[in-house]
Design a protein around this ligand. Structure first.
Ligand code: HEM
Length: 131
């Protein structure tokens, strides 16, 4: 398994743990419901999306019988996805300046675009026909 793929999977499990604890905290004391943004985004962009990125990068090229278009793009996506997510939840919590928050949001979007490109460029080209 490529290192960036393993990192996606390990980080997704870590996000699951953190987001679950925040969820229980919110259940226990509704005055913490302000953490809902962090909880929901760590769950959806951290746990769910990063598990899908990791498993998708590992399995989909093998299913299609072709190598991944670019491991380098996968590695860049690992960084943009994590910096974007952590930046978003931290800045949202400390009520930082909007432009900076939007910058991290855009970084998260960039990571999604990189994944979409890398996957489609792997899966869509026509397979060479056997002679
Ligand atoms: C581990 C157990 C979990 C606990 C204890 C938990 C707890 C909570 C709580 C207390 C809220 C706030 C509800 C409210 O507004 O009153 C919430 C919201 C939310 N949770 Fe969880 N949650 C858990 C797992 C998950 C999972 C697995 C996901 C998705 C993969 C998830 C996604 C969300 C989302 C998207 C919201 C925002 C919902 C909204 O604002 O309408 N949660 N959760």
């Amino acid at each position: 398994m490529d290192r960036f793929v393993k990192s996606f999977i390990v980080l997704s499990i870590i996000y699951l743990g953190i987001a679950s604890i925040i969820g229980v905290v919110m259940l226990g004391d509704p005055s913490y419901l302000g953490l809902k943004f962090i909880h929901s985004h760590l769950m959806m962009l951290g746990w769910v999306s990063m598990m899908i990125y990791g498993v998708g990068y590992h399995i989909l090229p093998r299913f299609s019988g072709r190598p991944l278009k670019s491991n380098r793009i996968g590695e860049i996506q690992l960084w943009t996805a994590n910096i974007g997510l952590i930046g978003m939840v931290v800045l949202y919590t400390i009520d930082s300046s909007k432009p900076l928050l939007i910058l991290f949001g855009l970084m998260e979007v960039l990571s999604i675009v990189l994944f979409v490109y890398n996957m489609l460029a792997t899966l869509l080209p026509k397979q060479d026909q056997p002679q």
